[in-house]
Design a protein around this ligand. Structure first.
Ligand SMILES: [Zn+2]
Ligand SMILES: [Zn+2]
Length: 283
């Protein structure tokens, strides 16, 4: 049976294709019972999503996915149950969004040097009112025939050593974890298997995250392979971290995994929701 939780997905507020209410309706339709919306560096979709969740009889969890720089790599830290009205968190995310636009302009200039013109404008048009992410650049590049799909586009562009990649200093790990906790939220390392860290740095990250007050890691995510579910279940156990799960759904055709079909956490994991009232339906 697929998991009834989905604690990681994106709407048009960041780089997803569905608006927050559309996303909630879609999740309900696909059998999700507890949903967290985790847009990149932005909490402005939460209110509309929460309202829609009431209509669709789905339990809604506030969320956000914060971009963090750790040892010169970009990591994503999800905050679950954050307070969207927390001033410190809102202000910090605002600064991250300004940085994102500056980075997007630099990416556009870099791609222009590689002969691809109008990428910033193209990505911005796709992003509409939301922040510009690499996914928007990827969609622009695919739609204009520079790569065949969003997976291959990241091999040719937008990653370290390729045109369109721009080093950018995001929030540091301590600040992100601290802000999430101070707003009443639960810090979770998003898709740890996606970072090319090597064994030592992965252990260092887990240790540091735990010491800072981090609570959980994503064990089952659209970005992990089934062997990685087991690998990170063990990792969570080793560092006394809870386990989270989420599709990281962005929209049809641009997601690693569909909604409503993610497998449950491996046996033995302590779910991040083990003490949540929203999980009472499981008893
Ligand atoms: Zn992410
Ligand atoms: Zn995500």
């Amino acid at each position: 049976m697929p998991a009834q939780f989905d604690l990681h997905c994106h709407s048009t507020i960041s780089d997803g294709l569905l608006s927050p209410p559309e996303l909630v309706a879609y999740a309900a339709n696909r059998g999700v019972k507890v949903l967290a919306l985790t847009d990149h560096d932005d909490m402005s979709g939460l209110q509309a999503a929460r309202k829609a969740a009431l209509k669709h009889d789905i339990k809604f969890i506030n969320g956000v996915e914060i971009s963090v720089t750790w040892k010169r790599r970009t990591l994503h830290i999800v905050g679950l149950k954050v307070d969207e009205n927390n001033l410190a968190l809102k202000t910090a995310l605002n600064a991250v969004r300004t940085g994102r636009d500056e980075r997007a302009q630099e990416m556009g200039l870099d791609l222009a040097k590689a002969g691809i013109h109008g990428a910033y404008e193209g990505a911005k048009a796709l992003a509409q009112e939301s922040i510009i992410t690499r996914t928007h650049f990827a969609r622009f590049l695919v739609e204009n025939g520079h790569a065949k799909d969003t997976k291959s586009v990241f091999k040719k562009y937008l990653v370290k050593g390729k045109p369109g990649f721009k080093e950018h200093e995001w929030m540091n790990l301590e600040t992100a974890v601290g802000l999430i906790k101070a707003s009443g939220g639960i810090p979770v390392i998003a898709h740890p298997g996606r970072y090319d860290l090597g064994t030592i740095n992965m252990l260092l990250l887990m240790h540091e995250f735990r010491s800072l007050g981090g609570a959980a890691i994503e064990v089952v995510t659209g970005s992990h392979t089934p062997p990685q579910y087991q690998q990170f279940a063990k990792m969570a156990h080793r560092f006394s971290l809870k386990s989270s799960l989420g599709s990281d759904y962005h929209g049809s055709g641009i997601s690693y995994m569909e909604m409503g079909c993610i497998p449950d956490l491996p046996v033995g994991c302590v779910p991040v929701w083990d003490d949540w009232p929203e999980a009472n339906f499981l008893i």
